[in-house]
Design a protein around this ligand. Structure first.
Ligand SMILES: [Zn+2]
Length: 342
């Protein structure tokens, strides 16, 4: 079997946001940690710039041009916290290109069971026509679209465990019948979206699953939500690929939020998703999102990759009240999940 594949690009270090939590040092810390471990034995490749056709399947061409123009003019602030520099457009093209390359490798017959795209800027807050929350292009949305349009995946599952709600992804697939978007996020917290009552619309009714958790929630709640809610959702949705929006800002050390997930928690959640993908017989793609404590980010991401590439049976997790409540809420649309609530 082919080695797991890791996509990266030096342009992630050229997206200069200045004194900002989403900073160049994030990717430096990640790559340093992985390099020290010989990249975990993964095959490392430079990401291509995304093809415009794949990008404009999610973002209107005039929006892409606007980002290019602002960067060409030297950069600036796209909103109060989304900063771009002269090289940010190039970095964003490779960030989306890396996510697409993950899907192409996983579904295009190359055969690795897992691949990861590690870039900045992140993507999950980006709406189709609006940059926000440090994000320019919605990398995972572009990747999911690619899986459906290019590779004929019948369905996609996106699991977003960044501590912030992935509002961009939520909105892009809100009425889409093929993409199940599941987000665990701290609430209340930026961007203020993602209540449990937001369950998608139209043909996508029921295919948006928001799992808000209060600040202070740790491994017990997060791991239980993944094991007892996300896994049965995935088994019932039967996607052709699982995509993970891997943010590490729910970590206890993270400065931007107040959840208390540990590295062991991320390992446990990764084991659940690895085992879900195995049970479905589909590949697992990982796309980096947030995470602002450099040590927590590098350690937890490395641990996620290690577990994702292994086949360790996840250890049992107790049913947390938040997971039981969510399962009860979802029982009408998702019987397998409802079975968890008993
Ligand atoms: Zn985040």
């Amino acid at each position: 079997m082919a080695a797991p594949l890791l996509l990266r690009h030096p342009s992630s270090r050229e997206h200069d946001t200045g004194a900002h939590p989403e900073r160049i040092e994030r990717i430096v810390a990640i790559e340093h940690a992985l390099e020290e471990r010989d990249w975990l034995g993964w095959e490392v490749r430079e990401s291509p710039a995304v093809e415009l056709e794949a990008l404009t399947a999610v973002h209107p061409a005039r929006y892409v041009e606007m980002i290019a123009e602002v960067c060409a003019a030297g950069g600036g602030a796209l909103d109060i916290d989304t900063i771009v520099s002269a090289r940010s457009y190039e970095a964003a093209l490779h960030a989306a290109g890396g996510a697409v390359a993950v899907v192409d490798a996983l579904l295009g017959g190359e055969g690795p069971p897992v691949a990861a795209s590690l870039h900045r800027p992140p993507g999950h807050h980006a709406l189709a026509s609006r940059a926000m929350g440090f994000c320019l292009f919605n990398n995972v949305a572009v990747a999911a679209r690619r899986a459906l349009d290019r590779w004929g995946a019948e369905r996609v599952l996106i699991v977003d465990w960044d501590v912030h709600h992935g509002n961009g992804t939520n909105d892009i697939f809100h009425a889409d019948p093929d993409v199940l978007f599941v987000s665990i996020h701290e609430s209340p917290l930026y961007p203020g979206t993602g209540p449990a009552s937001d369950r998608g619309s139209g043909a996508g009714e029921g295919l948006t699953v928001n799992l808000p958790v209060p600040g202070g929630s740790g491994d017990a709640a997060w791991c239980s939500l993944v094991e007892h809610v996300v896994v049965p959702l995935g088994l019932e949705h039967r996607p052709g690929i699982v995509l993970l929006c891997a943010g590490y800002d729910a970590h206890v050390r993270d400065p931007l939020a107040s959840c208390r997930v540990t590295r062991e928690g991320y390992e446990r959640m990764a084991a659940s998703l690895r085992s879900l993908a195995d049970e479905l017989g589909v590949p697992l793609g990982i796309v980096l999102e947030g995470g602002y404590d450099l040590v927590a980010l590098a350690e937890s991401l490395t641990a996620t990759l290690e577990v994702a590439a292994s086949s360790v049976e996840p250890t049992p997790v107790a049913l947390h009240p938040l997971a039981a409540e969510a399962a009860g809420r979802l029982a009408d649309r998702w019987p397998l999940v409802g079975a968890v609530a008993g």
